[in-house]
Design a protein around this ligand. Structure first.
Ligand code: G3P
Length: 221
């Protein structure tokens, strides 16, 4: 499973990239707002840090506007995935971009049939929002399982990019279903390594090691 980081916070991306766990980045208008940065500048910086796909979202909601903005975003760097909303205008723009050989991430997906349309439009990624489905009393993971089944039935190559991830359990469940990617907020990605028994066990090892009075020689770097 690939991990993308769902943020436009350069410091957080740099910090997590050093772990070797970051395969890409996703942004959206809300995350750009949160960063307080200019979209072109911050997206360029992210693309310089991360060689994998970096999703940058169009702001236009009409077809012509999406195509014009998408091309401008794609010009930032070769690893840009143009992000468009799952509307008919967005699907039309997706088809144009994918026919040009560009990566497209179709976002705001909340149903299996929406995901089917995105795959037919040539999307590189489909972004189903699991947390927002959970918010309204549905089960976001049911959607992931349904899309997995449909894509496998027809051998679609569109990658399932699980979005609106709020918890470690979302990542675990998406991985068990076989989603291709999870885009994860930095704070949730950090939590993936946490376990209280790891902390407890390590504290015991440290305490016992001190009691041995030994030290392991350190090799020169
Ligand atoms: O990946 C999409 C994400 O940024 C939206 O997350 O928590 O606002 O539903 P959330």
């Amino acid at each position: 499973m690939k991990f993308f980081v769902d943020t436009a916070d350069i410091a957080a991306i740099r910090d997590l990239a050093a772990t070797g766990m970051v395969d890409g980045v996703t942004t959206n208008p809300s995350l750009i707002l949160k960063s307080g940065r200019d979209i072109i500048e911050v997206t360029r910086e992210i693309c310089e840090l991360i060689p994998g796909p970096v999703s940058a979202e169009v702001a236009a909601t009409d077809f012509e506007g999406m195509v014009a903005e998408g091309r401008a975003l794609a010009a930032i760097a070769p690893n840009i995935a143009i992000k468009v909303p799952l509307t008919w205008a967005g699907l039309k723009a997706c088809k144009v971009f994918s026919d040009e050989g560009r990566m497209v991430n179709v976002t705001l997906c909340f149903s299996e049939t929406q995901a089917l349309l995105a795959a037919k439009a040539g999307a590189a990624f489909i972004s189903p929002f699991v947390g927002r489905l959970d918010d309204i009393g549905l089960d976001g993971m049911d959607l992931i399982a349904g899309i997995r089944q449909i894509y496998d039935n027809y051998d679609f190559q569109t990658e399932i990019l699980v979005a609106s991830v709020r918890s470690v359990n979302h990542v675990r469940d998406a991985a068990k279903i076989g989603a291709d990617v999870a885009t994860v907020p930095p704070e949730v990605l950090r939590k993936l390594a946490d376990h209280p028994l790891t902390d407890k066990g390590l504290a015991q090892f440290v305490a016992d090691w001190e009691k041995t009075g030994q030290s392991i020689p350190k090799a020169k770097a």
